[in-house]
Write a protein that binds this ligand. Sequence first.
Ligand SMILES: Nc1ncnc2c1ncn2[C@@H]1O[C@H](COP(=O)(O)OP(=O)(O)O)[C@@H](O)[C@H]1O
Ligand SMILES: [Mg+2]
Length: 233
Amino acid sequence: MTDDLTEIPLHGGRVTPGVVRVGNTVRRPVTANSDFVRRLLTHLTGKGFEGSPEFLGADERGRDVFAYIDGDVPAELGYYDEASLRAAASLIRQFHDMSAELVDSHAAASGVEIVCHNDLSPCNFVFRAGTPVAIIDFDAAAPGSRARDLGYAAWLWLDLGSPDISALDQRQRLVTFLEAYGAPSPDPVLEAMLERQVMLAEQGRNIGNDSMAEWAVRCNDWTRQNLQVLRGA
Ligand SMILES: Nc1ncnc2c1ncn2[C@@H]1O[C@H](COP(=O)(O)OP(=O)(O)O)[C@@H](O)[C@H]1O
Ligand SMILES: [Mg+2]
C-alpha cells in the first residue's frame, strides 16, 4: 500500500486545501511561508528532533513533501489528562529550544526568543496510544516569544473556558503544563493567551466564521473572569 501513488486527501485540519497523503509522505501546496518552514523542519531534523515531520523536498507538481508521521490526529479539541499535558508541553519545549538557533541574536531585543509554531492546538499533534508524540502543520511558524506560543497552546490543550472544568482545576492543569515546559511564571503566558483569544475572535469575524469568533470571545471572557485563580494570586 505505502508504495502506491494514490493521493489520499487529508481533511483533518480543515484549513489548508490540497493536503494529501501519498504513501509515507504528505504533500502540501507551497505558501508564502514555505521557505521558512522548509528551513525550520530541516533544522529540527538535523538536530535529531523526531517530534516534527522531515522535509523531503518538492514533488513533480512543485508541492512540498514531508514525511507522514504514523498515529492519530484529533479532529476536535478534547479533554487531556495531566500525563498528556506534560507530554505536549515537553515536546513544545524541545521544539522551542532547538528552534532558538534560527533566530537572529539581534531579535532578542524585541522579545523574539524562538520560532513560534503559532497553532499549537492538540489538532496539530500526532498521538500514539493516547500520548502526543509529534507536532505537524508548521505553516504559520514565525519568530516570536515562548509566551506567545504557550498562551495559545495552554488555552487549547486545557480547553480553558470550557464550562465543564472549574477554574481551580484549570489552575492546577496550567501549573502542570507550565512546569513540564519549565516556564518560570504563568503571567506572561496568560497575557499572551488573552491576546490570542482576542485575535482569534477578530480573525473569525473577518473570515465569516461566527461560531469560532463567538467561542473565542466566550473563552476570553472566562479567562478574564478567572484570571486571579489562574495566576494563583
Ligand atoms: N506529517 C504528517 N503526518 C501525519 N499526518 C499529517 C501530517 N501532515 C498533515 N497530516 C494530517 O493532515 C491533516 C491536515 O494537515 P494540516 O497540516 O494540519 O493542515 P491544516 O492547515 O488543514 O490544519 C492533519 O490534521 C493530519 O491529520
Ligand atoms: Mg492542522
